[in-house]
Design a protein around this ligand. Structure first.
Ligand code: ACM
Length: 634
């Protein structure tokens, strides 16, 4: 009897396991506008045929789909132009479907195959991304995967984006990323339907774009002393210490990346960050500064050089600003923008404008003379004077200017666009006065901030958990939606030394921002998104893309009551059990389960924390010194 019931149990288990495989959850990120499950599957045959329109923009899409379907499955895949009765059909609508626009698509999976229809090639590309997400996660592998049932659920999907600008910014100045690494980053973002790559190419720590008429920018400005540690706390470079860290992109490499991105329907916006954040340019051409002293300028290597203790703008310890009162600066900008405009087909050039310190300009006789001559009353007005002249240069090259929100302070022309980063209020204000705006507020989209507890992350001064990033709304209340181009996440790389860490910081928060800028607001659902995120971790595993598992780690809050300290632990997602210890040993799921804030024992020196799902450890073992915990009390 016991034997029989055990066998029945086993059979039930097998059915459940296989049933679950067959009923793999559908997890599309970003969530489509409409998805109807019809039951049943379409199984990919051994020889897969794809029919697709021909044309310049379709060549890449066709090869992309063919490679993706062939690589992990090991199947034979062929593409033919406008063939009949193929397994997968990509179709460009003869009469445009007004609802789906230029980037939308309709995807239909039936028992006989897959049809994706769109008005434009971009829509077919996004339909292809959705189709790939309907396959098992092994589809992301670069090697043939055995024993996988290559099937997709039968569905009807209609999908199109909420906003047109869906951006990610990568800072390649603080740390340098190779051409292949940048391409890999763009490839990953395209999978989640991002379409703007904001390339932060210049800063105090390195000038990374070849400007042929200004060779010192890359001979000098692209190189600094290598430092490894915590940015902002590095030792000062010694006199004569070799400048052995850096790099730049040649113009051929830039054209190659722009083409690579365009194939994936990603437009590249270059940023030349001026007049602040310009130490690398000044180290190359010291005459661009208002503060004489050619011998003292060096590309910044991570030592303290701004004093933020008084808030923004910072007090610069070294003058890192271009001199707005020097005609040579405008000649310099003209040369730079001539070449930048030729390299990047995108309509906007971002010219920074953030965090320009005032203290050296205030002291400069040249700036004072400029203020008198031009009737400028304040330093922000001086920056505005610079910005207006810069915009004329950019417009003369046939481009539009975009800047960080500080440029609003001294006044901007009606044609300047704004990237709102210090919250959404500047973007709201600018949109209501008819400026185009990209929303990129620190509180939702700064993916350089820590996503887990400081005990598991490189220290950064602020945190942005996944559930907070997911709350991002690119069109916040009060904004004039007509002027909101869209939203963007920014990856600054002071603490990011390599592409693996860049990936770790981007994913899964990049999922949250992707869904926020693509999916209808009413379709967003945190619990569903959290489940999809965990499902997509498997895709990233097969793709060998690094991501943060911080959603499995608890949020640690410390409170104080007299001389007693309590540690309160919560989780971003449901279904996790937390175990802790103060006795220096590693807790497991046989330790008492966390149920309420824990009193820190008087003599304890370490707290260790781990989460489990059922009987499996899932979070990382967190070890925090009690001294550090006590410092966290607000
Ligand atoms: C910025 O984060 N300084 C734009």
């Amino acid at each position: 009897m016991k034997k029989i019931s055990l066998s029945i149990l086993f059979i039930m288990l097998v059915i459940t396991v296989f049933g679950q495989q067959a009923e793999r959850m559908i997890s599309i990120i970003p969530e489509p506008v409409s998805l109807v499950k019809k039951g049943g599957h379409y199984v990919l045959p051994e020889n897969v045929t794809i029919s697709s329109p021909v044309g310049k923009e379709m060549n890449f899409v066709n090869n992309y789909l063919k490679d993706k379907l062939a690589t992990a499955t090991g199947k034979k895949v062929s593409v033919a132009a406008n063939a009949k009765n193929t397994n997968i059909q990509l179709v460009l609508n003869k009469t445009a479907d007004g609802k789906i626009g230029d980037e939308g698509y309709a995807l239909s999976v039936t028992s006989s195959g897959v049809v994706i229809k769109a008005n434009k090639p971009a829509g077919l590309f996004y339909g292809v991304q959705t189709l790939l997400q309907l396959f098992p996660p092994q589809i992301e592998s670069a090697k043939v995967q055995e024993n996988v049932s290559w099937q997709v659920p039968q569905v009807e999907i209609t999908d199109y984006p909420r906003v047109g600008w869906r951006g990610l910014m990568l800072d390649v100045s603080r740390h340098f990323f190779t051409v292949d690494e940048v391409k890999r980053y763009i490839d990953d973002m395209a999978k989640y339907k991002y379409n703007r790559f904001h390339w932060h190419l210049t800063d105090d720590e390195g000038w990374r774009i070849e400007i042929k008429s200004l060779p010192k920018l890359t001979e000098v400005g692209a190189w600094r002393v290598e430092k490894i540690g915590t940015f902002g706390d590095m030792s000062k470079p010694l006199p004569g210490e070799p400048k052995n860290y850096g790099g730049f992109y040649t113009q051929d490499q830039i054209r190659d990346i722009v083409k690579y991105a365009a194939d994936r329907f990603v437009q590249v916006m270059p940023e030349i960050d001026v007049p602040g954040h310009s130490l690398a340019a000044i180290a190359s051409y010291p005459e661009l500064s208002c503060t004489p002293g050619a011998d003292k300028y060096e590309v910044h290597a991570g030592e303290q050089f701004m004093d933020w203790s008084h808030g923004a703008p910072p007090i610069a310890l070294v003058d890192n600003t271009l001199c707005p009162a020097n005609e040579k600066v405008y000649e310099f900008m003209d040369k730079v923008m001539t070449e930048v405009a030729q390299l990047f087909p995108f309509e906007y050039i971002h010219t920074g404008g953030d965090e320009a310190p005032h203290n050296f300009w205030q002291k400069s006789p040249q700036v004072q003379a400029l203020m008198k001559r031009e009737g400028l009353k304040t330093i922000p007005q001086v920056q505005s004077y610079f910005g207006k002249r810069l915009e004329k240069i950019i417009q003369a090259k046939g481009k539009k200017m975009m800047g960080w929100d500080e440029i609003l302070e001294g006044g901007i022309t009606p044609t300047t666009a704004l990237m709102s980063w210090r919250g959404v209020k500047y973007g709201i204000e600018a949109s209501n006065s008819g400026h185009y705006v990209v929303m990129s507020p620190t509180i939702f989209t700064y993916i350089d901030y820590m996503q887990g507890d400081i005990s598991t992350e490189p220290p950064v001064y602020s945190s942005l958990r996944l559930n907070q990033a997911y709350k991002f709304d690119p069109i916040p209340e009060g904004a004039n939606a007509k002027y909101i181009l869209g939203g963007q996440a920014n990856l600054w790389t002071e603490q990011i030394y390599n592409i693996r860490q860049a990936e770790y910081m981007t994913w899964p928060r990049g999922f949250a921002i992707a869904e926020s800028v693509w999916s209808p607001k009413e379709k967003k659902d945190w619990d569903k998104f959290a489940a999809k995120t965990q499902d997509h971790f498997q895709r990233l595993n097969y793709a060998q893309t690094k991501y943060s598992p911080a959603i499995y780690d608890p949020i640690v809050k410390v409170t104080r009551d007299g001389d007693k300290y309590y540690v309160e632990l919560t989780t971003e997602i449901d279904g996790l059990d937390i175990y802790t210890s103060f006795d220096n040993s590693e807790p497991d799921n046989f330790y008492p389960k966390y149920t309420k804030p824990q009193l820190i024992p008087k003599d304890a020196s370490l707290m260790r924390i781990i989460t489990y799902r059922g009987d499996k450890p899932i979070g990382r073992l967190m070890t925090i010194r009690v001294d550090d915990l006590k410092k966290r009390v607000r």
